[in-house]
Design a protein around this ligand. Structure first.
Ligand code: HMG
Ligand code: MG
Length: 303
């Protein structure tokens, strides 16, 4: 397997949105700067959502303003509605992400509306972003299972993914929000959705609750998918996805890609450093197997 893979680092948003101890604006900016220094170019840095729903993302405007001063880097922020859009635009967002769901249960819990209503909310956001020259990414959650509705039919994923693509999203990210997928299912889903949204415009956003995320990514890559969402250290989770753990760890993805002969431009030592720094802020060791292995090796070598 060759080619290029694009990594979308979601640690500062997905990674920190569910942490018991919110990380300060200062801490988030330092984390993002460390990720950029490690060679990650595309970083999801915050969310313009209700502060009552996700207090951890308060201050995303300041985070975005401060990191936008960097010459390199593409910074994404989540936007659920027009109110969020206005705040994101005022903070200088150049790329936003709307987030829908393939399941009704998760849509209700997460954004307090049905799937159809969510699309109606996204329409003016996407239209205004287009007029303002702001790129829009689209998420579809619960593509391989829902904590409320259980099994999800691939057709439900296709329906939402196709609408987001037709409305003008440049990329649609397929979220295994609760990390229940397995490779055969992930592969079949990618193949089915790619019949409606070009594979080059699909991203894989896999949480690792059941330890399947890397295998699912590999299966998706065999189908031709080349965009991977991951979080440094394996951070992540959603307060509306009970029991779900973090995103697939960026370190583990980079390690696997290197083994496949796919260069990412990421400096692993610096990436683990970024993870270690944010781990101190949330008082938890990294979940990433690669980060843990490299930390153990470093410790053994220094003794
Ligand atoms: P709602 O209650 O239906 O909205 O919430 P509303 O329009 O009725 O407004 C209620 C209150 O929220 C009002 O304030 C609004 O001003 C305020 P109040 O009068 O009560 O003081 N409000 C806002 N404040 C700031 N920014 C906004 C905004 N909109 C309304 N944009 C809403 C609907 C979507 C706002 C709410 O449910 C919400 O914020 N949910 C957060 C959802 C979220 O961030 N979830 C985590 C991210 S999704 C995820 O993790 C999955 C993903 O990673 C992919 C995957 O893994 O599958 C992307
Ligand atoms: Mg997620």
């Amino acid at each position: 397997m060759s080619d290029q893979v694009r990594i979308v680092e979601v640690g500062p948003r997905d990674g920190l949105q569910n942490e018991k101890t919110p990380v300060s604006v200062e801490g988030r900016v330092a984390f993002i700067e460390a990720l950029l220094a490690a060679g990650l170019h595309t970083v999801e840095v915050g969310a313009f959502v209700s502060p009552k729903a996700i207090p951890q993302m308060v201050g995303s405007d300041e985070v975005l303003r401060r990191v936008s001063q960097h010459a390199v880097g593409e910074f994404h922020v989540l936007v659920p509605n027009e109110k969020g859009y206005e705040a994101a635009r005022a903070a200088g967002a150049k790329v936003i992400a709307v987030f829908g769901s393939a399941s009704e249960g998760f849509s209700r819990a997460n954004i307090n509306c049905s799937v159809a209503e969510s699309i109606e909310r996204f329409k003016p956001v996407i239209a205004r972003a287009g007029a303002d020259g702001i790129k829009v990414r689209g998420y579809v959650s619960c593509v391989l299972g829902c904590p409320y509705d259980g099994e999800i039919k691939p057709q439900a994923v296709v329906d939402v993914a196709k609408i987001l693509w037709d409305l003008g999203c440049y990329e649609v990210s397929l979220g295994d929000t609760i990390g229940v997928g397995t490779p055969k299912k992930a592969r079949a889903l990618l193949r089915t959705v790619a019949g409606h949204v070009p594979m080059a415009h699909l991203a894989m956003h896999f949480h690792d609750t059941y330890g399947q995320a890397l295998a699912n990514l590999y299966a998706g890559m065999e189908e031709g998918a080349r965009v991977i969402d991951s979080a440094a250290g394996g951070l992540g989770g959603c307060p509306y996805a009970p029991g779900a753990t973090g995103n697939v760890a960026t370190e583990d993805v980079v390690y696997m890609l290197k083994g496949l002969g796919i260069a990412t431009g990421v400096d692993m030592r610096k990436l683990v450093q970024a993870t270690n720094e944010v781990s101190k802020l949330i008082s938890r060791p990294p979940v990433s197997r690669v980060a843990a292995a490299l930390n153990a090796k470093r410790k053994a070598n220094s003794q």
